[in-house]
Design a protein around this ligand. Structure first.
Ligand code: PBG
Length: 331
């Protein structure tokens, strides 16, 4: 028997707590929320039990509750009326569009008490469901037009900044998106609005429930702009570009199946790194827990710990308020 006995440090809860290298704190968690236009009651999302599409009022209550529990930030997604969707996602630019109206309301209610983040993407607002506007390539095929999309993103960034977002989160994976957003914001004096870049965003089946959550109109897939799950160093390339373009925070998404990528990114940067435990990751835990196949709360804390251990300082998770409660936050 070797003289080294690692079990010594596992003997009591107090010892384990003392030597724990990763701690969870509600302040590191961000709660993604959905607000839907034209509903008078919160609407359940069947593939995400416990998560709802909010009305404006229930959104404010949920955000207030999360803030009181010590959650670090709120990421807002807007779900417009079907009839307001169009080819360019114009309702995403309107100050009275659901997302911008919700940001305005939340900033009025919460001020600087929390970090208000907005999803900066077109997929919720376009009638074709793509993250950008469509165009034609030189041979006449329909494609997502990268550079035409950038112009819309720049306008959207300004609309969200005017509405009260502290941080904008471009999630569309268009090349050059961080640069145009940074330039647009700075050009209008919004130099303090930060950009949380969805730096390494993979084309994942784990976004399935989210498509229900936002009533997505997408036919087809996003493989021409989101990354191929087979690739690893491509994320470092995306990272290099986002940092050069002025990203303040960088994100890896999904989280659990991409902890290797997360560790690579975390090792390479000096800006805060976030990871997004996405809708499908949530749904998997919920489905298994509902069957009695695993212990939900332990699984929640274990997955969040793993994501932090791999290098994420900040974790976006639909469990943010729940985890804060488990961690012993106030009410
Ligand atoms: C795009 C966006 C998506 C998610 C966050 N931002 C959907 C997509 O890329 O298809 C997914 C988040 C989740 O699955 O929880 N606006």
């Amino acid at each position: 028997m070797s003289i080294e006995r690692p079990r010594r440090l596992r003997a009591t809860p107090a010892l384990r707590r003392l030597v724990a290298q990763t701690r969870l704190d509600a302040a590191d968690l961000v709660l993604p929320v959905f607000v839907r236009d034209g509903i008078s009651e919160p609407h359940p999302i069947s593939s995400m039990p416990g998560v709802v599409q909010h009305t404006m009022d229930s959104l404010v209550r949920a955000a207030r509750e999360a803030v009181d529990l010590g959650v670090g930030g709120i990421m807002v997604f807007g779900v417009p009326r079907e009839e307001d969707k169009d080819a360019t996602g114009s309702v995403g630019l309107r100050p009275d569009g659901i997302l911008n109206a919700a940001l305005t309301r939340l900033r009025d209610e919460l001020g600087d008490e929390t970090v208000l983040m907005s999803d900066l993407c077109l997929d919720e607002f376009t009638d074709h469901g793509h993250c950008g506007v469509l165009g034609q390539d030189a041979s006449g095929r329909s494609v997502v037009d990268n550079d035409a999309t950038l112009e819309v993103y720049a306008q959207m960034a300004l609309a969200q900044a005017r509405a009260g977002a502290h941080v904008v989160g471009p999630s569309g994976m268009m090349d050059g998106q961080v640069r145009v957003i940074r330039e647009a914001l700075d050009g209008e004096g919004f130099t303090d609005i930060a950009v949380l870049a969805y730096t390494a965003k993979y084309a994942s089946a784990a976004y399935g429930p989210f498509r229900e959550a936002v009533g997505s109109s997408l036919q087809g897939d996003r493989r021409t702009y989101q990354q191929d799950p087979a690739n690893r160093t491509e994320s470092l390339r995306e990272l290099r570009l986002d940092l050069a373009e002025g990203a303040d925070l960088v994100m890896v998404k999904p989280a659990l199946p991409y902890l290797d990528v997360l560790a690579d990114v975390a090792a390479a940067v000096d800006v805060p790194v976030a990871a997004y435990q996405v809708s499908g990751e949530y749904a998997m835990i919920e489905a298994a827990a509902a069957q009695g196949w695993l212990d939900r709360d332990r699984m929640v804390l274990e997955t969040l710990t793993s994501i932090r251990r791999a290098g994420a300082q900040i974790v976006l998770t639909y469990y943010a308020a729940h985890a804060a409660r488990l961690l012993g936050g106030a009410p």
